[in-house]
Ligand binder design. Sequence first.
Ligand code: GTP
Ligand code: MG
Length: 582
Amino acid sequence: MRFHGSLSAAMASSIAVCRLHLRGSLSKCFKKVDSCFQREFGTSTAATKTDAPNKKYTIDSKDGNKSFYTVQEEKMEQAERSVLISCPAKTNEKKFLSYLSRHGDINKCFFYESYGTYAVVEFSNKESLTSLHEGTAIPSINHEATVPFKSRLLSLRNAGPVDMSNGQSAPPCQPQTTIHINDLIQRLSKEASIDQQLSSLTETYQLTEENVCLRFLVCSLLKDIAAAYFPECTIRPFGSSVNGFGKLGCDLDMFLDLDGISGRNLKRPKAGLSLEYQTKRSASERAGTQSILSVIGECVDQFGPGCVGVQKILQARCPLVRFAHQPSGFQCDLTANNRVAMKSSELLYLYGGLDRRVRCLVFSVRCWARAHSITSSIPGAWISNFSLTVMVLFFLQRRTIPILPTLDHLKELAGPLDKSVIEGNDCTFVSDFTKIRLQDNTETLEQLLQEFFEFYGTFAFNRMSINIRKGREQNKPEMSPLHIQNPFEPALNVSKNVNGTQLERFVALCRESAWMLQQREFNVPHSGSATGNNAPWGLAALLMPSVSQVAGVKGRKKRKREPASERIKGLLESLKNSEVKS
Ligand code: GTP
Ligand code: MG
């Protein structure tokens, strides 16, 4: 369904303006949505904390042992109080903050670069935004018409004579992208142990607190657009933006949540009069999702400031609207009715928070796979990051002393508030970290990396399926080369797209990497390290392109395998000769 341009412009702007005046009642609505959300997902911000002795969980996050939804709600609320401002490059931070603070106290502010300099400003109170909007003008452009669409994406103008640079070069900018792989290899080569290499890689790649704030803010800005149609909707980030395994620069997966307004949770009186809304019906839930995304996609395309390259991909298994959000630099995927994916994100977040080795191993394996084109940002027959993460979790469940509990065990620990059934699938598992007891596994990251490669280098992929619910391999129900049971939709294989060639490449690379890590030439720092000549070793050596060449996984034709001594000689030569540019 498409609106006529001028009609939709007028409608959207008037609704957007009305929304500003309706703040009081809207905030009540948001509170209502929050409580419905908690009921629906059965997860309370005041999740029950038990004080049983002998707890053995490890939390490696600054958010402590807060449940996934508690963290989400907090960050969404912060985002609601924030604005994104495009600033002149040489903005004086002090003057900028002093100018803005006339609207109220500022909690947090940071700058970053993305096609220009931007500032994220979080006010202490949402009321400050009313004051800010009142003092903000719609730009007047002589030769072009502007749609008076008011949002929280603003531009700072200086009509003079305020000297905003004040002799300063530029405000300090927070990094929003990762370093180049060559720089990473060089950085890792300077570390003293493989364990430190895995930790260093994780620290280098993981999302920063500021980047996560920006992700929530983009969701909140998008929600303002969708709210023109569905005032009580919520847009939540999911996937690697929130599951603890996100790398700087990863895409922003968003979920338009209409559950709060669906009325499903509203109790109808058993007797007497009551009112209900008249609505249009759609042929199926999927058709409804498609039309909602189509309309919102159109609105994002026509009026979404900074949203470019909008594509409506409505025929996909999971319909979505894809676009680039230029001010943040994020590639965005907006979906609706995708609650199972939210649950998967919550599960990954939980597993990643249980033991610090989980995130280090996942980050390192993901980076290794990307370096050798085992994974790709383009959809195809490749193993996805999600599948790879599930494979790491499964491996950690399969240790002699398991590092991670099975999903079935997490379900046994669930309390009444954790109950969750989505489209007939039981997605229940515990949300309270403190209820989970871990076993005493003391393996080092180096051992785990080595064993990971050996485990999958010899895994019976032809017969067996990977199942994190049971924590053990099971007979394959169908003949896809790689079978990874979807944790919450057991009939589905999350790696159905992977073909035999891609799986073979993965296995060959695992074998080569396992073998390399056993060689002294690779598993100890090179003698030149002390003199600053950091030849790649350990994890750094595993990321070198020469590894996939030696493993014969780059070319399509199978190479005749050389004897190990020849391979190691060739590989050593290539590593020694490689110029790692900074
Ligand atoms: P990146 O590659 O860093 O974006 O990782 P990601 O985890 O965000 O993956 P992606 O953007 O491809 O997917 C987003 C989320 O959708 C994942 O985290 C999962 O929760 C879910 N998802 C992706 N692929 C599948 C799948 O094949 N099956 C199921 N059930 N969920 C999936
Ligand atoms: Mg993603």
